[in-house]
Design a protein around this ligand. Structure first.
Ligand SMILES: [Zn+2]
Length: 360
């Protein structure tokens, strides 16, 4: 080793801030003291380096490129010595990393601005901003701030809005300070009443709770659906929450139409709707396959049973107690029925008896 151009650093703390140790373009040779543990190198505001990581026997175990300039980022390695060599050759870097075009980092690096924002909303453990350089969850606010500036420069105001929602979403997960306590998810048109409904997630304690507002009522309406905040929370969880909510209310309101994007866009919205439709079609098919003689009985009694599509046993039929004003719920699992409005329930014999008394 050429000691003239190398500065030796004893590593003790949890995080080594590289910028604090830089000296006239010297290489940094980091000796890790204590037990073999994960090392966090913070490259914020640091120059560019190739990081060579050695095990206790002095074998080179891995090589990273730490290219700074985009907010702060870190690399994490379980090695005993790390050699940081000043790096000024972007072309050489490309050459070496071109060898593995299938590495998932390329999906991040080559993504469009909007795709990058979408990837960040997935809250991945690593978010790549350069070959072999990734950003951990805690340092993504600065990156989104840069993306926001880029979107403003491009006059893409829809994307600006989305970046703000993603920024807020990640700040909730990572416990960053933020002036807002809600995220706008999307706006839909409820087909049954022709009313626009906006969906929000509001942070309350350690939960993100689903709320709506609509044209006639600007106040937040609590939907009684929520997500618990944890490190792994991501946009997929929001998609699932919304899917369950739409599904629950589908029978009464019909399926909504897309109006305006927030954290989720039109494509994600319609994938939710298609999922619900596919699930419904599947259950309707299964329900018909599992049809029982109770359903034949309801049919003969002219109560028009139809599969509900919520699971393979659930059917709907006209309610005989109200002369068909609403539906009874029927389950072929144990061939029973129930009406929540008329407060009636029973099996085929109960219904037969009731229909006989009605005929008298
Ligand atoms: Zn009824």
């Amino acid at each position: 080793m050429n000691h003239k151009n190398t500065k030796i650093i004893e590593y003790k703390a949890n995080t080594l801030i590289v910028a604090n140790h830089e000296e006239n373009g010297k290489s940094l040779f980091i000796k890790v003291n204590g037990p073999n543990r994960n090392i966090v190198l913070d490259f914020s505001n640091a120059n560019d380096y190739v990081a060579l990581c050695y095990n206790s026997k002095g074998d080179l175990k891995s090589r990273h490129y730490a290219i700074s300039g985009k907010g702060s980022f870190m690399i994490q390695t379980p090695f005993s010595t790390i050699h940081l060599i000043p790096f000024n050759g972007i072309n050489k870097l490309k050459e070496e990393t071109m060898n593995n075009q299938n590495h998932p980092m390329w999906d991040h690096i080559n993504a469009s601005l909007k795709e990058k924002v979408d990837i960040l909303a997935e809250n991945p453990y690593r978010f790549y901003i350069g070959p072999n350089v990734w950003v951990f969850r805690n340092s993504r606010q600065e990156i989104l701030e840069d993306y926001l500036k880029e979107a403003i420069a491009n006059e893409d105001y829809e994307l600006c809005q989305k970046i703000k929602e993603v920024k807020t979403f990640l700040s909730f997960i990572n416990n960053h300070k933020i002036s807002r306590d809600y995220i706008f998810i999307l706006e839909t048109e409820e087909t049954m009443w022709d009313v626009d409904v906006r969906y929000y997630l509001k942070k309350e304690g350690n939960f993100l709770k689903l709320y709506t507002t609509n044209d006639t009522n600007e106040e937040f309406h609590n939907c009684n659906a929520s997500l618990e905040i944890n490190d792994y929370l991501n946009k997929e969880d929001v998609v699932e929450l919304l899917e369950n909510y739409f599904e629950k209310w589908r029978t009464y309101n019909g399926l909504p139409r897309f109006r305006k994007e927030g954290l989720l866009d039109e494509k994600e919205f319609y994938s939710i709707i298609n999922n619900i439709k596919e699930k419904r079609d599947h259950y309707i098919k299964r329900a018909k396959e599992l049809k029982t003689s109770f359903i034949d009985f309801l049919d003969k009694a002219k109560l028009d049973p139809i599969p509900d599509g919520k699971n393979e046993y659930q059917w709907l039929a006209k309610c005989p107690y109200s002369k068909g004003k609403h539906h009874i719920m029927v389950s072929t699992k144990n061939d029973t029925y129930g009406c929540g409005w008329c407060k009636k329930k029973g099996n085929q014999r109960d219904l037969e008896n009731y229909l006989k008394t009605r005929e008298l």
